[in-house]
Design a protein. Structure first.
Length: 401
């Protein structure tokens, strides 16, 4: 039987601010903090909306990270290190804690140190001034910050990256590599991404509206979410975990550079259920990928309507924006908070707008007293699909149905 793996600590930085609490408060209020971007080239349309980490939150994060990172700050490293330090503190640990010395560190990202590379290419800084743009340095910095000398690595799987990182960490803990993992995802604002999305006409002046018949645009965002995972034998006595990580299913249909493939996405759903021995009706809540694009929401929504007719669905990108490689991490943190609080935050659309026949949570948060299993979806360009399933942390809670 596979070793049980529990989530014992959460850390988050997002457009809501620094910390898990403002993130959860904004989700429950369906409060977005989108702002207009300055056009990056002559042909870029004005009024494009995005979500940025507020200056105050950036400064709070910068004060907490290592001196080396403060000396030449790159946003992805600042976000990831801050979220990791917050997560281990939430787990009742401190940097250098014996439980962290051999911890696995795995960080998913889409663009890594895009800001450093863009500063170099634009001539705003030289190579030394940028601090370099090796993505591995993100995981290296997190490991240094928490005091781990265990395996540390970064995965790039576009917007599925964080869930792929969770998959890697889960396998390593179950195989006995370590008892603890510090894992999640990060991404910062990228000029390259903004120009790319603009050329695809995927961003614009209307906010992301997942599963709405009026949906049109993705709203780019930034931030980081990090979790502490521990094996059952390593969980501290008396400290109740947020959730149990049951499985993460990963596939790549390699069908199209940007368009999702319905069969590839459906196959990932089947794999996730099969891997943890659940049926679709066992899933109580789904945190959808829900980008607000026509294609993604149509495919995802059709699968929900056909396979998960009894699951409550929510899509947090309408509130927090699309955190790119950190999107799965934001969904994972929210999934664990939902299990802890038995509460599902709403999607930032009106009930009358919902296009497909799914039970989309809108308006106010929904209480689910007997919440057992939460699914977190993350899909990306290039055919990457990754789905994590979390369960209630205690057997008493999971049997209360």
């Amino acid at each position: 039987m596979d070793e049980r793996i529990f989530v014992t600590g959460l850390g988050m930085i997002s457009p809501a601010g620094a910390g898990v609490t403002p993130f959860w408060v904004d989700l429950c209020a369906a409060r977005s903090r989108f702002e207009e971007l300055t056009p990056l080239y002559a042909g870029m349309k004005p009024g494009v909306l995005a979500a940025r980490v507020p200056r105050g939150a950036r400064m709070a994060a910068l004060e907490r990270v290592s001196a080396a990172t403060r000396a030449r700050p790159r946003a992805a490293s600042v976000f990831a290190e801050y979220a990791a330090l917050a997560a281990i503190a939430d787990a009742g640990m401190v940097p250098g804690d014996p439980g962290l010395r051999n911890a696995v560190v795995c960080v998913g990202t889409n663009d890594g140190h895009a800001d450093a590379l863009e500063n170099l290419v634009a001539g705003r800084k030289d190579l030394a001034g940028t601090g370099g743009f090796s993505s591995y340095s993100i995981a290296e910095g997190v490991a240094r910050a928490v005091g781990s000398t265990g395996p540390a690595f970064v995965v790039h799987n576009t917007c599925a990256s964080s869930n792929v990182a969770l998959s890697c960490a889960l396998e390593m803990l179950r195989s006995g590599v370590a008892d603890t993992a510090v894992v999640g995802g990060c991404d910062s604002y990228s000029e390259k991404n903004t120009i790319g999305f603009s050329s695809l006409q995927a961003i614009g002046p209307t906010a992301c509206r997942p599963f709405s018949r009026n949906r049109r645009y993705v709203t780019p965002s930034e931030g980081a979410g990090i979790m502490v995972l521990r094996t059952e034998r390593a969980v501290a006595a008396g400290r109740a975990p947020y959730a149990e990580l049951l499985t993460v299913a990963v596939n790549n249909d390699a069908s199209h550079p940007t368009a999702p493939n319905s069969e590839g996405v459906a196959d990932c759903h089947r794999r996730a259920l099969d891997q943890c021995g659940l049926k679709a009706d066992d899933i109580d809540v789904i945190f959808a990928h829900g980008t607000g694009s026509r294609a993604n929401d149509s495919i995802e929504g059709a699968i929900f309507a056909e396979t998960y007719p009894h699951a409550a669905v929510t899509a947090i990108k309408g509130t927090i924006g699309h955190l790119m490689g950190a999107a799965g991490a934001a969904g994972a943190v929210a999934s664990c908070l939902a299990l802890e609080k038995r509460l599902v935050p709403p999607t930032a659309v009106g009930a009358e707008e919902v296009e497909v026949g799914i039970d989309l949570v809108t308006g106010a948060p929904r209480a689910v007293p007997r919440l057992r299993h939460v699914q977190n979806n993350a899909f990306g360009f290039g055919g990457y699909n990754a789905i994590a399933i979390f369960g209630a942390a205690t057997r008493e809670a999971s049997d209360d149905d």
